[in-house]
Design a protein around this ligand. Structure first.
Ligand code: BGP
Length: 466
């Protein structure tokens, strides 16, 4: 049986918009998602898990189930309803109360400043394609560092690559644009630049605590040994992994990254430019990240593809409906004998092990790593308050084992935040894709521990992956 270190954090992960609900309460300003979801008419972000009102209950549950870290995000528009300018004191007080509750139960909060929810006013002016948003984000971050001195762990952004691609490649996040690589690259770079600026401010002002960024990193493998498939996997990797890690840890884009970008841009009629002054700022930040947060759920097998762009997102849980073929990159395929979830997410824990080892090798000054999200979306069934979720336990077990093996191989992983603490609202899947350790009856807002919650408690108490 594999072990995890004594000081390992066993956390639960959430995000403001996915758990709080109360989107129009407490002086909160609008975000682009409010209108986008209303227009789609598939599901509403209210009540979500009603964390806005239920947080004392949820934080107490953490404590009862051996969870000693809570990953959460601050809703920018609760603090600055218009994105910048006037502060909403009610929002500020709310987060102080949440942190107070965490302290009461010995739970360490890991706080993300931006988890997909730019205030609408800034979003409508171009979101991170507009450098004004970068300036507003810096003001907001600075405000939080000054105000929430009880917080010790900060992350600037959650998942820059999915922000860029869900907004401008898949079109499943507002503003719902597809296949626009000029926008994708500008968004990736501007957010990485904003991250660097904020890290530099944090360090220059010697704020107490630690700062990092949370990247979604899903390992890419070639679908076969052919030269073409190996190249397709390299291109997919360059845009979704190497670009971000170069920006974070080198402060510039390596030759491999630039060559891949040029090839992708040529195929998609796209352009990019990275101002020299941005790279100077990024270089200064590249040695100052205290940690890297990794969200990892799956990996991809990539095969060469020369057709037109063709993407269908499986947002229903109907297995086999997902299509991902991208011009100038490749096609993501399923592999015989490798299982996947109903949402077509490939379960392949070796992918996490390989990723962790690669980071250690390619970016040796990464400092330390937290797995900030990992978990299994599943259609849980509820019978008289009993939720048996064996497939989830199996999923968590194999991924925790790969983390333990990576630690044995010398990677400094300090904690794990299971996505998600309780069932919550999923951006493009609504409420039937459940991830929680705690089942939420969304009508009554009652919480019920699943079988996995008892299992996780045991692992956290014994540090043994049973
Ligand atoms: C990550 C996001 C989370 C969460 C999770 C599961 O990308 O950071 O916010 O949504 O993925 O994704 P989904 O809800 O699409 O299954």
């Amino acid at each position: 049986m594999l072990k995890l270190p004594e000081d390992f954090i066993f956390g639960g992960a959430t995000a403001a918009y996915q758990v709080e609900g109360a989107t129009k309460e407490g002086g909160k300003g609008a975000v682009a998602w409010d209108d986008f979801l209303e227009k789609q008419g598939r599901f509403s972000p209210d009540p979500a898990s009603d964390f806005y009102h239920q947080y004392p209950k949820d934080i107490e549950l953490c404590n009862k189930f051996g969870i000693n870290g809570l990953r959460l995000s601050i809703a920018w528009s609760r603090i600055f309803p218009e994105g910048r300018g006037k502060v909403n004191q009610e929002g500020v007080n709310y987060y102080h109360n949440v942190f107070k509750e965490c302290a009461k139960h010995n739970i360490t909060p890991f706080v993300t400043l931006h988890h997909f929810d730019t205030p609408k006013k800034l979003f409508d002016q171009g979101d991170f394609l507009n450098r004004d948003t970068v300036d507003a984000f810096i003001e907001y971050a600075n405000f939080c560092f000054e105000e929430f001195t009880e917080v010790r762990y900060w992350s600037t952004f959650n998942e820059i690559y999915p922000v860029a691609t869900n907004q401008y490649l898949l079109g499943i996040f507002p503003p719902g644009i597809k296949y626009d690589f000029t926008k994708i690259i500008a968004c990736l770079h501007n957010m990485m630049y904003a991250h660097a600026k904020v890290v530099n401010i944090f360090k220059d002002n010697s704020y107490a605590g630690e700062i990092g960024v949370v990247h979604s990193l899903e390992t890419k493998y070639a679908a076969s040994d052919s030269k073409e498939d190996i190249h397709a996997a390299y291109l997919d990797d360059a845009l979704s992994i190497r670009f971000l890690l170069d920006a974070t840890y080198l402060g510039y884009y390596s030759t491999e990254t630039i060559e891949a970008l040029d090839e992708i841009c040529a195929a998609n009629n796209a352009t990019y430019s990275f101002p020299e002054s941005d790279l100077i700022e990024m270089k200064r930040a590249s040695n100052r990240n205290d940690y890297l947060g990794i969200n990892h759920y799956q990996c991809h097998f990539v095969k060469a593809y020369d057709g037109e762009n063709d993407i269908t997102h499986n947002g229903t849980g109907e297995k086999g409906t997902s299509v991902y073929k991208v011009k100038g990159i490749g096609e993501r395929i399923y592999k015989e004998g490798i299982s996947r979830t109903d949402w077509d997410w490939i379960i392949y824990p070796e992918g996490l092990y390989d990723l962790l080892l690669r980071i250690k090798k390619d970016y040796p000054h990464y400092n330390k790593i937290y797995i900030t999200e990992n978990g299994m979306g599943y259609k849980d069934t509820f019978e008289d308050g009993i939720i048996m979720d064996k497939p989830r336990i199996q999923y968590l077990k194999v991924y925790l084992e790969s983390i333990s093996q990576a630690i044995t191989s010398g990677v400094n992983v300090k904690g794990y935040f299971l996505w998600s603490l309780m069932d919550l609202f999923s951006w493009s899947n609504g409420y039937n894709k459940r991830y929680g350790l705690f089942y939420v009856d969304f009508e009554t807002q009652k919480r019920y521990p699943k079988e996995s919650a008892y299992w996780y408690k045991m692992v956290s108490e014994t540090k043994t992956i049973i």
